[in-house]
Design a protein around this ligand. Sequence first.
Ligand SMILES: NC(=O)C1=CN([C@@H]2O[C@H](COP(=O)(O)OP(=O)(O)OC[C@H]3O[C@@H](n4cnc5c(N)ncnc54)[C@H](OP(=O)(O)O)[C@@H]3O)[C@@H](O)[C@H]2O)C=CC1
Ligand SMILES: CC(C)(CO)C(=O)C(=O)O
Length: 319
Amino acid sequence: MRYGIIGAGAMGYRYGVLLQEQAGVAVDFIETWDPNRKQVEEQGGVYVSRDHQHRHLVPIQIYTPEAYHGHPDVWIVFKKQMQLDAELERDAAADLFHPDQYVFSAMNGLGHFEKIARYFNPNQILAGTAMIATVLNGPGDVDFMGPERGEAMHMAPYNDQAPDETMEAIYADFQRATLGPEWSTNWLGMCLTKVAFNAVCNTLCTMFEINMGQFGSYPGAAAMAEQLFNEAHDAAARAGIKLLENRAQQVQSVLDSCVKLKYHYPSMYQDFSKGRPTEVDYINGYIARLGREHDYPCRTHEFVTHEVHLAEQMRSVKK
Ligand SMILES: NC(=O)C1=CN([C@@H]2O[C@H](COP(=O)(O)OP(=O)(O)OC[C@H]3O[C@@H](n4cnc5c(N)ncnc54)[C@H](OP(=O)(O)O)[C@@H]3O)[C@@H](O)[C@H]2O)C=CC1
Ligand SMILES: CC(C)(CO)C(=O)C(=O)O
């Protein structure tokens, strides 16, 4: 199958390069961020490292939406939540989307699948989550964090039905690409489980400008995680959403990830440290809203969402 990656950022490069190199499938990248696309064109590909080592150039094909005339079988979408509406609108205007195509996304947060479903048949959408840490050093330069074959991800049909033949073929390509896929049959529970995880790791590491190892080394890390997970799980239970892990498993998953990905600064930190807006409204903000809608105030998530916005705003006054 042929894949089209929408968003040649950290995760877009990770999926696209692994699919191209490990699974041996054709991959095209669509990028609206001009400096990134121009850098790739100039240097003849993207520089890829793993854990800061073995930096090498991987030739890739990259296009603006308007310059692309291919017809991939599957689109893989990796934009920041705030960028998605404008991206999909521009791609649709450039006539990139066709009724036979499938689409996969493992963006963090929630809210993206409703937007994607405006352009694709819901029976052809695959939801995903990725425990895959990646850093974009800058235009045309990406760092895959963590050991080879340490990648782990979940995927679920957006219609919560059994995967069809094309979805199984995508799964097989992801397996060959060493992305470590695992099926789930509950897309919303799967995504909310990852949202709850990111609401701890991404948010706390960002606020304190630390990496995951530094957060995990704090003796109170488990207690902080537990408080945030308790609220997320209480809100999910009231909304009738079944999560993939229980509270204790999620706390353990944070502690384990803080060891496995100890040098990783979560993607939210990467935005925060470069002066960009964060995805907090789609992560802690999503949980807070879910609680509000079900008459269960998630006081810590409400507060933490404000804290991140306050920190964002104060970047301009801090030396
Ligand atoms: N990175 C990770 O480890 C993981 C990320 N995710 C999720 O995947 C989705 C895509 O995230 P991700 O791939 O990390 O994000 P990207 O790497 O795509 O973010 C890059 C975007 O940031 C902006 N940018 C501007 N200047 C720079 C610069 N100097 N260096 C880097 N970026 C710059 C550009 O947008 P603009 O110019 O418009 O600001 C660019 O499109 C998100 O939902 C994220 O939460 C999920 C799992 C892991
Ligand atoms: C890598 C991981 C799983 C760590 O929180 C992530 O989702 C991110 O950095 O955004």
